[in-house]
Design a protein around this ligand. Structure first.
Ligand SMILES: [Zn+2]
Length: 185
């Protein structure tokens, strides 16, 4: 098709939008965005109000062994510790899980975990660490405030932290092929 006979189709039979229409639509859009933002803030405030980790951080609970602007570190609640040296690293800002965190927040957060792991390896008797984070109810996340378990390990401590399942590798190849394609997309 040459440029001469190429025509942009005209919209027939429809009233042309006036400036008044546009500004009304824009006003509605702004109002809607504002309402959505207010609802979201209200939702986060409500969840925060009921969140045990937010409460601990806000009240500077004495179980907190370390905190800075970004994170707080404390042992698991109740008797959830698997051994001594089992810690939770919790972002101060409430996000339910990794999916809800902004990219920059997640980067900073995992950077903090790296710093803590490095420091403890260098300075304590613990030379290894298991790092585990459950994200989503499907992944058995119990407290819906992002957190990561650091289970500090030392030589021949006698613990086995590796999860056991009955899976025999039946659909390994097919599923991995599918996942590979999804990651590449
Ligand atoms: Zn929270």
């Amino acid at each position: 098709m040459s440029p001469e006979n190429f025509r942009i189709p005209r919209r027939n039979g429809k009233r042309k939008k006036t400036e008044t229409d546009l500004s009304f639509a824009d006003t509605l859009r702004v109002m809607l965005e504002d309402l959505k933002s207010k609802l979201r803030t209200a939702y986060i405030e409500k969840v925060k109000g009921e969140c045990v980790f937010c409460k601990m951080i806000e009240e500077e609970n004495q179980k907190i062994i370390y905190q800075n602007d970004l994170i707080a570190v404390f042992p698991p609640l109740k008797s959830g510790a698997l051994k001594e040296g089992h810690l939770l690293v919790v972002p101060r800002k409430h996000s339910e899980d990794i999916f809800e965190m902004e990219g920059s927040e997640a980067e900073e957060y995992f950077g903090q975990i790296k710093d803590i792991a490095d420091k403890l390896k260098e300075k304590s008797r613990y030379s290894g660490v298991n790092i585990l984070s459950a994200n989503g109810k499907e992944a058995q996340q119990s407290i819906r405030h992002m957190h990561t378990h650091l289970i500090l390990r030392e030589n021949d401590d006698g613990y086995d932290m590796w999860p056991k399942t009955d899976y025999k590798g039946q659909s390994f190849k097919e599923v991995n092929k599918e996942l590979s394609n999804l990651i590449k997309d």
